[in-house]
Design a binder for this molecule. Structure first.
Ligand code: AMW
Length: 153
């Protein structure tokens, strides 16, 4: 019998069913609380807090992974652009102390003011109901990860 693999995202344990992409140093995972359809995360496999904690190999793998995943999800979710963001440190809005890049497919008119997406990414911003956004079920995340994994096979 094979036990399901678990990855670390800072202090959070991520079941392999949430992972849809793997490279030498990085993972692509579906989001517990996406702010838009297709909002996914690229994280380093190694637990490291800040971008500067990554080795050159890990950092370049993260960018190459973001390029590949971004291209695939933009198409899959019928986007026409991408927001790619790293909140690098708590004062920049980082809530999980493990370096990660947000990839969010964008399309015309999705946010009335384009930069409002950054308020929504920032959990602590006043007037944004991030805490009220319902976490998705394990099943829902598995189902999305299965569909996205097929894009990379
Ligand atoms: W940060 O505010 O640290 O830039 O972003 C943290 C991200 O991690 C958020 O998008 C949040 O929804 C996501 N997240 C938190 N817990 C989990 C989890 N268990 N699985 C997947 N994504 C998660």
């Amino acid at each position: 019998m094979r036990f399901p693999k678990v990855y670390q995202f800072g202090p959070i344990s991520i079941p392999e069913t949430q992972v849809f992409y793997t490279s030498q140093h990085c993972l692509g995972l579906v989001n517990l609380k996406p702010i838009a359809p297709g909002h996914v995360l690229v994280i380093s496999k190694r637990v490291a807090t800040r971008l500067h904690d990554l080795s050159p190999e890990e950092a370049s793998d993260m960018m190459i992974s973001a390029q590949k995943i971004g291209h695939a999800i933009e198409k899959y979710y019928n986007g026409t652009s991408l927001t790619m963001a790293i909140q690098d440190g708590p004062q920049a809005g980082q809530s999980v102390p493990h370096v990660h890049m947000h990839l969010i497919p964008r399309r015309q008119g999705d946010w009335a003011n384009n930069d409002d997406i950054y308020d929504e990414l920032d959990n602590k911003k006043k007037g944004v109901d991030n805490d009220e956004r319902k976490p998705r079920s394990t099943e829902e995340m598995k189902e999305e990860a299965d569909r996205l994994r097929a894009l990379f096979e």
